[in-house]
Design a protein around this ligand. Structure first.
Ligand SMILES: NC(=O)c1ccc[n+]([C@@H]2O[C@H](COP(=O)([O-])OP(=O)(O)OC[C@H]3O[C@@H](n4cnc5c(N)ncnc54)[C@H](OP(=O)(O)O)[C@@H]3O)[C@@H](O)[C@H]2O)c1
Length: 301
């Protein structure tokens, strides 16, 4: 198929590469052009283009994997050269970014008016999973659009969950999963801090905690926290704050209180205030008041 791809960041790079490797011709746009140019050098079958509209023009399906609502608005709806202007009637937009349910519905409406299909397809999994086509895809949209893009989603993921014909539902599920991950980071940070202040190192605590609470997520993030290893960022703190805020908004819109969400929001803001916005989001677990540790660090040895 002829495909377009908008947003070649940490996640978009792997997803677009896998579509090319599966034999599709992909035209890609990225705001920072060099990332698209590099991919063109790496992969025969990928062509870098100068605007989202160019990526969409002549494409059967255009994918987006962008940071947030503002990036989607700028590249698909409101700028000169927006993708919606280049997409032909009958083509489909697959939106993989973690965006608000409201933005997903706005895209659905705009595409319907233009005669396009629209599928929300946010993903679970980090950039390494994207490179290895091991993502879990949460897809929702009109059945005919889903049927059309399902073979492409199978190329980029190990599992595709179809959540019905209302696109925003896929975005809500994605926010719900990331909310629990963020809560796990906060609780790990609190428990590790308590243990360390009592002289028990993080690794010892984690080995024991994992024997009962063990999950791949806890193990992977626990190790990063214990080793203070937050670079390179798989998923940036800034994007984590965006997801917590989106979860709070989505919950508020249906009168569901999310008290832990408010705690998380402040923890993420405090982490960014410490200059850690571009570190991996597991760095939030190390942004706790540690009066004793700080006092020890200040004490001359
Ligand atoms: N990383 C993960 O583990 C992960 C997992 C699941 C879902 N997600 C979601 O996937 C999406 C992408 O995440 P990522 O980790 O790939 O982030 P990233 O590496 O920061 O990439 C973000 C992409 O959005 C583009 N962008 C940002 N603001 C823009 C704007 N105003 N106009 C046009 N383009 C803009 C960036 O362009 P530039 O290159 O010019 O900055 C880049 O292509 C996010 O919604 C994130 O929440 C991430």
């Amino acid at each position: 198929m002829n495909l377009g791809f908008v947003g070649l960041g940490s996640m978009g790079h792997g997803i677009a590469s896998n579509l090319v490797r599966a034999g599709h011709r992909v035209k890609g746009f990225n705001r920072t052009r060099s990332k698209a140019d590099e991919l063109e050098k790496e992969l025969e079958g990928f062509r870098a283009v100068g605007s989202p509209a160019e990526a969409a023009r002549g494409s059967d399906v255009v994918f987006s994997m962008l940071a947030d609502d503002a990036a989607v608005e700028a590249t698909f709806l409101s700028s000169e050269g927006a993708a919606i202007a280049g997409l032909a009637p009958g083509a489909v937009h697959v939106s993989m970014s973690t965006i608000s349910p409201a933005m997903s519905t706005k895209l659905e409406t705009a595409h319907r008016k233009a005669g396009h299909g629209y599928v929300a397809a946010p993903v679970l999994g980090r950039p390494d999973a994207a490179e290895k086509a091991q993502l879990v895809v949460l897809a929702a949209g009109a059945p005919e659009s889903i049927a059309r893009v399902k073979p492409l989603l199978d190329v980029v993921g190990r599992k595709v969950h179809v959540l019905g014909d209302e696109p925003k539902k896929a975005n809500v599920v994605k926010l719900g999963v990331n909310f629990v991950l963020a809560v796990m980071l906060e609780t790990l940070g609190e428990a590790i801090a308590m243990n360390e202040e009592h002289g028990i190192d993080a690794k010892t605590y984690l080995d024991i905690a994992n024997s009962l609470l063990g999950s791949k997520v806890l193990e992977a993030y626990g190790t990063m926290i214990a080793e203070d290893r937050f670079r390179p960022a798989g998923f940036k703190v800034r994007l984590g704050l965006k997801d917590v805020q989106l979860a709070l908004e989505a919950a508020e819109s249906v009168d569901v209180p999310m008290p832990l969400g408010s705690v998380l929001r402040d923890r993420f803001i405090a982490t960014i205030a410490e200059g850690k916005g571009d570190l991996d989001w597991s760095a939030v677990a190390r942004t706790l008041p540690r009066p004793n540790a700080n006092a020890r660090a200040r004490k001359p040895q």
